[in-house]
Design a protein around this ligand. Structure first.
Ligand code: ADP
Length: 463
């Protein structure tokens, strides 16, 4: 559940990235379309310009031909209308030439040179024609000179036509390349738009899948949350129920213990020690039952996260001595439990009830899983960062393979045979140690014995 919750921000990042990517694609498509539209526009303008240039060249050629025919008409027939027409066509030629200079590609220096050359040739020819007209007006019989001028004019016309042809070829080439470029730009634009749209659709599709998965996960989390809430409620109910039961059991148990104690005091005077054996059994069984009830309640509270933790300053040496005496009074072990204080730590800030659960469970296990002849040790030690409690026995030991499982509730090792137990003691010990932020370590060998070490860190300990 926590893992799934942690995945949320990760998925959120994917969605944001997906949206970002879609926007980026769209932006790129718009940018590329805009660029390509501009290029298409420029291409169209170029095509138009080139057409106009070609048109100007055609008009110029027509004006030049018309001017020549008007000159001849004037010289050979003496028609003044032809002179007028000649002059008009010359004006037309000059204006077409000026137009051509403006229209010709400013970037193409060869074309510029060609137009300059054309201009030169045209000026030469116009000067020649002017000379022919003036000569005719002075001397109408100078036919030989007129013929020379006409020859020279025809030669110039040929050169002019060749220059126009060169310019036209180059302009047509421009036209062709502009048309090809326009076609390429149109195709590119179509491709970009198709590609951009496809990519956006793919990203949106992936986003849809992610969102759907998130939606499913959210539903799962919701249902997990509700089952968790139900579990919590059940846990609380369990704690309530066990508290009630243990309270209800404890009262008659206390009556049993008190009555048996009174009975013992009366009977000690009247009967001998051997006959009191059954009374002792009643007492120790009642105490064990009380202990078991405490264990169940502690474990239930711990699992519901409601284990009380009220540390206060206690004298741990006295605490251990009292505990050992208490267990001795249980009358379970005929051999004394030996307590040793190897450290210099006497006071500690510990929850007394939890420490009692820890040490009593460990010592009762040590007693339970040892023979009557083996001694049991409770050793108190101190380290710079922690206080250490050790419970050592020379009993049956715990098989190595099973050691990691012994803290699980109800787990009992294979080698316990017919020794009675519930499998709850060590689970309780573990919870109580964790509540102190401490740790428990077991060292054991089958047939050799067991040492449990409980470390309580100094945040709980005062020297
Ligand atoms: P139980 O009521 O069975 O003693 P515990 O939770 O206290 O339950 O212990 C779990 C198991 O760990 C025991 O059943 C036993 O197999 C093993 N164990 C615990 N303490 C000892 C010990 N001192 N010596 C040998 N085995 C032990």
């Amino acid at each position: 559940m926590t893992r799934q919750l942690m995945k949320w921000p990760f998925q959120g990042k994917w969605i944001a990235a997906g949206f970002g990517l879609t926007l980026l694609f769209m932006g790129l498509v718009i940018f590329a379309s805009f660029n390509s539209t501009n290029e298409i526009k420029q291409g169209a303008n170029q095509v138009q310009d080139t057409y106009q240039t070609l048109n100007t060249l055609t008009n110029f050629s027509a004006a030049m031909t018309s001017a020549e025919s008007a000159r001849r008409g004037y010289i050979f027939l003496g028609n003044r209308q032809d002179l007028q027409r000649y002059q008009n066509e010359v004006i037309n030629m000059q204006s077409e030439l000026r137009l051509l200079k403006r229209q010709i590609h400013p970037t193409s220096s060869i074309q510029q040179q060609r137009v300059a050359q054309l201009n030169l040739l045209v000026n030469q020819r116009l000067a020649l024609l002017e000379q022919s007209i003036q000569l005719y007006q002075k001397d109408k019989t100078a036919l030989q000179t007129q013929t020379d001028i006409t020859d020279r004019s025809i030669q110039l016309r040929g050169e002019i036509m060749a220059a126009i042809a060169n310019i036209t070829v180059e302009e047509k080439r421009y036209l062709q390349s502009s048309l090809e470029q326009s076609q390429y730009n149109i195709n590119l634009r179509i491709l970009i738009e198709i590609l951009g749209t496809c990519l956006s659709i793919v990203v949106i599709f992936i986003l849809g899948i992610i969102l759907e998965r998130q939606w499913i996960k959210r539903e799962q989390i919701e249902s997990l949350k509700s089952s968790l809430a139900q579990e919590k409620k059940l846990g609380e109910l369990k704690v309530h129920l066990f508290s009630m039961i243990s309270h209800e059991f404890r009262t008659p148990l206390s009556v049993i213990l008190l009555s048996s104690q009174l009975l013992k005091e009366i009977l000690t005077e009247l009967v001998d020690e051997k006959q009191l054996k059954n009374l002792y059994r009643i007492q120790s069984s009642a105490k064990l039952m009380n202990h078991l009830l405490t264990d169940i309640l502690t474990l239930t509270r711990a699992e519901a996260g409601k284990l009380d933790y009220k540390p206060h300053l206690i004298n741990i040496e006295n605490f251990c001595l009292n505990l050992v005496e208490d267990l001795q009074l249980f009358g379970i072990t005929p051999y004394p439990i030996e307590f040793l204080n190897n450290g210099k730590c006497f006071r500690a800030n510990i929850d007394e009830k939890l420490l009692y659960s820890i040490l009593s469970n460990l010592l009762l296990n040590a007693i339970k899983y040892s023979t009557d002849t083996e001694k049991i040790y409770l050793i108190l030690n101190s380290e710079p960062e922690a206080i250490l409690f050790q419970v050592i026995d020379k009993g049956i030991g715990i098989p190595r393979g099973e050691q990691p499982k012994i803290y699980e509730p109800f787990y009992r090792c294979q080698n316990v045979e017919n020794i009675v137990g519930t499998g709850l003691g060590l689970a309780v010990v573990k919870k109580c140690v964790e509540r102190h932020q401490g740790e428990i370590i077991v060292e054991s060998d089958v047939g050799v014995g067991t040492t449990f070490t409980v470390k309580i860190p100094h945040i709980n300990v005062l020297k």
